[in-house]
Design a protein around this ligand. Structure first.
Ligand SMILES: [Zn+2]
Length: 285
């Protein structure tokens, strides 16, 4: 019955908008709940670089029981921990890291940006400063963030070569069965001297990536990869190797270098992974 309803709503193209609406409604309620319950923690400690609010602690988030086994076993840096959501605006640690990097390290003003599966806070920050194109394989899910979002299969992008100055793919590639094909496409549409922000969850102990690209079994995906829609857990070095094989010149900003960002309650131990497209003459030399 549930599956029939789901299929019918999908047929009417209502399923993802409704799911998105539901998600936003839950988030709204959660946000108000945390605003109230975290009043007592207002003060010095962590500061949210999106809304400016500061608290002694932020809202924690831990993996569900079904996700936790794989995440703990392989010590995956996946965004969970003590201080994840800002109680005031619900920004996530992964969004705050990117904002800090964009404000301090990258030039984004007036740049052409391709933003995959746009995070609300990041998109709102970027939309007035740059020319942002948002895409997703299920655009209906993000319509409430950017009504102009369009469909894109990351492994077959419709954009011409050298289209974007910046690409934001924040926790995208671990969902994609043909990840190297997607990386190659991202590299193709990036302008020379452009940069892609390519964060993924990764294991701090695995030597080899574990994956099952053809898997389509949410319960098993939780068990194996720690999330119902992930198809792998990357070994860090292997991830970098894959990006390199797709043509990126990879630069890793190690977590240890983000000392000053700690005030934003970012994920501990998360390295920033940037993929550059070098100018042709630089590649040859
Ligand atoms: Zn905030």
């Amino acid at each position: 019955m549930k599956e029939n309803l789901k299929a019918f709503l999908k047929f009417l193209r209502l399923y993802h908008p409704l799911q998105s609406f539901y998600r936003q409604a839950i988030l709204f309620l959660q946000n108000n709940y945390y605003k109230l319950t975290f009043l007592k923690y207002k003060g010095r400690g962590y500061i949210c670089n999106f809304c400016g609010a500061s608290y002694e602690k932020f809202v924690p988030e831990y993996p569900s029981k079904n996700d936790a086994a794989a995440i703990n076993k392989y010590r995956v840096i996946a965004g969970y921990g003590e201080n994840v959501h800002c109680p005031n605006c619900m920004s996530k640690n992964r969004d705050r890291l990117l904002l800090a990097v964009m404000q301090n390290f990258l030039q984004i003003e007036k740049k052409r940006i391709l933003h995959f599966s746009p995070e609300k806070h990041l998109y709102n920050f970027l939309k007035d400063k740059a020319k942002v194109t948002t895409v997703d394989i299920i655009p209906g899910f993000y319509k409430n963030i950017d009504s102009a979002i369009s469909y894109a299969d990351a492994t077959a992008l419709r954009f011409p070569d050298n289209s974007f100055d910046v690409i934001i793919a924040n926790h995208i590639l671990e969902h994609i069965p043909e990840d190297i094909k997607a990386m190659t496409e991202m590299q193709r549409v990036l302008k020379e001297d452009g940069v892609a922000i390519l964060q993924v969850p990764y294991s701090t102990i695995l030597q080899t990536t574990i994956e099952e690209p053809s898997i389509n079994d949410p319960a098993r995906q939780q068990q194996l990869f720690g999330q119902k829609d992930h198809v792998r857990i990357y070994a860090f070095d292997d991830y970098i190797q894959r990006l390199t094989s797709a043509g990126f010149s990879v630069k890793i900003l190690p977590a240890e270098s983000f000392g000053t960002y700690k005030q934003y309650a970012i994920q501990e131990g998360e390295h920033l992974i940037l993929g550059y497209k070098l100018k042709k003459e630089n590649q040859d030399s």
